[in-house]
Design a protein around this ligand. Structure first.
Ligand SMILES: *[C@@H]1O[C@H](CO)[C@@H](O)[C@H](O)[C@H]1NC(C)=O
Ligand SMILES: *[C@@H]1O[C@H](CO)[C@@H](O)[C@H](O)[C@H]1NC(C)=O
Length: 398
């Protein structure tokens, strides 16, 4: 064979190899997911429910849209809701001390229609990928599988859905790999971080390389800081820390948001990585009640921190929070252009949803224009073209 023929054969083979990283329409979804995981040294076979999950992902791609088309004239964006595929509910039967809710894609889209929500940006809820504390291989594999499932929902419903990816912290290097895959290849619009990972809050020095890597991706990077259950170490074993008689989700989640925002602020993580914007659930949880106390003890950080809360922090309404609670946040004078709408569906009980929406719609704290902005232009200003969501052809399986 002539050298030139060998060269062209080699470059043809290389071109094929290069392409194999991206899903092609004609390819088998299962095989693409497994080979992309292999390329990142992730062994999905450590998960004993892998086949069930892969089958559900394949079904997600194949299911024809029933109530999926957006026929709404409203353009409400929900920046805080969740997906719960059956395999995840089986794996995580309780969340925050309450039963994990049942969920399916059609009831999710019906809920969106009922609330006038045109687009939802969802994540998995707590505990994210941290189901197997202390086990790196399982945590890394689960994070990948969760992101593949999330991407499948979005690709099957590109005009309605976007997602924040999970990452396998506290394993920092693996979390960076997963973040890059989810953002660059799966089309995630941001990353969901729980308030702590195996008891470590987000300002922990172990996580600094993660924030640095996300910041270095450039452009605008978005982190959704979701509360999770608090843990403490007792005789070197992590135990859930709940000093009251009530489920963790009732009140500890709000304290968790306060703890981790304090940590991110006092370590100056939020100051040093300036490409990163933060979506904060529940208008800050318990944090607004303690900001003065936290920052007045470090006067040098007072003005600079408030300036970041006013510009790179975005506060969602999930809760319900617009009966009175939001006044505590607004007391700090932050611009109402930083306010967003969130539902926490399906974890917030459905009977609370119409009241929560009405409380935002009727809030005397917002002018009519500020209200419209909260539902539409504020999220558009935050996410920009990330939620245009015209996926490349190569991302479609059907
Ligand atoms: C996709 O590949 C998997 C694993 O090789 C196989 O079990 C499955 O039958 C394939 N599905 C289709 C639709 O070809
Ligand atoms: C941020 O930078 C300051 C110096 O300006 C430094 O003292 C601090 O440790 C840094 N924190 C992080 C998390 O990078």
């Amino acid at each position: 064979m002539k050298t030139s023929t060998l060269y062209s054969l080699a470059s043809f083979a290389l071109a094929l190899l290069g392409k194999s990283a991206l899903a092609q329409p004609s390819e088998n979804v299962t095989e693409v997911i497994i080979s992309n995981a292999d390329a990142d040294n992730i062994d999905l076979s450590v998960l004993d429910f892998l086949n069930d999950a892969l089958a559900e992902i394949a079904t997600t791609y194949e299911t024809p849209p029933a109530v999926r088309r957006n026929t709404l004239t409203a353009n409400v964006v929900d920046v805080h809701s969740h997906v719960v595929p059956a395999w995840y509910k089986a794996l995580v039967p309780t969340t925050g001390g309450n039963p994990t809710p049942a969920w399916d894609i059609d009831s999710y889209l019906s809920f969106m229609n009922s609330e006038g929500i045109a687009r939802s940006i969802f994540s998995f809820s707590a505990p994210g990928a941290n189901v197997y504390q202390g086990s790196k291989g399982l945590t890394v594999a689960l994070a990948r599988l969760m992101n593949e499932q999330a991407a499948a929902y979005c690709r099957a419903n590109p005009s309605r859905l976007n997602f924040y990816a999970v990452v396998p912290l506290p394993y920092t290097q693996e979390a960076i790999t997963e973040a890059k895959y989810a953002l660059n290849q799966l089309g995630a619009v941001g990353i969901m971080l729980t308030s702590n990972f195996e008891g470590l809050y987000l300002g922990n020095p172990q996580f600094k390389p993660f924030f640095d890597a996300i910041n270095k991706l450039g452009g605008r990077q978005i982190l959704f800081i979701h509360p999770g259950a608090p843990y403490i170490k007792v005789r070197n074993k992590l135990v859930e820390a709940n000093p009251t008689l009530y489920p963790t989700g009732t009140i500890e989640f709000y304290f968790e948001t306060a703890r981790t925002l304090m940590d991110l602020t006092l370590t100056q993580t939020i100051h040093n990585f300036t490409n990163i914007h933060y979506v904060i659930p529940h208008v800050g949880g318990a944090y607004p009640a303690v900001i003065d106390r936290v920052l007045k003890t470090v006067p040098a950080l007072y003005d600079s921190s408030l300036n970041i809360y006013n510009t790179r922090f975005w506060w969602d309404s999930a809760g319900p929070t617009y009966f009175h609670q939001v006044s505590g946040l607004l007391g700090y004078g932050l611009p109402k252009t930083q306010l967003l709408f969130g539902t926490d569906f399906p974890y917030a009980p459905s009977f609370t949803q119409p009241g929560s929406l009405a409380a935002v719609q009727n809030s005397p704290l917002l002018s009519p224009l500020e209200r419209v902005a909260l539902f539409t232009t504020n999220p558009q200003n935050l996410f920009g073209s990330k939620i245009d969501c015209t996926y490349p052809e190569s991302w479609r399986f059907n």
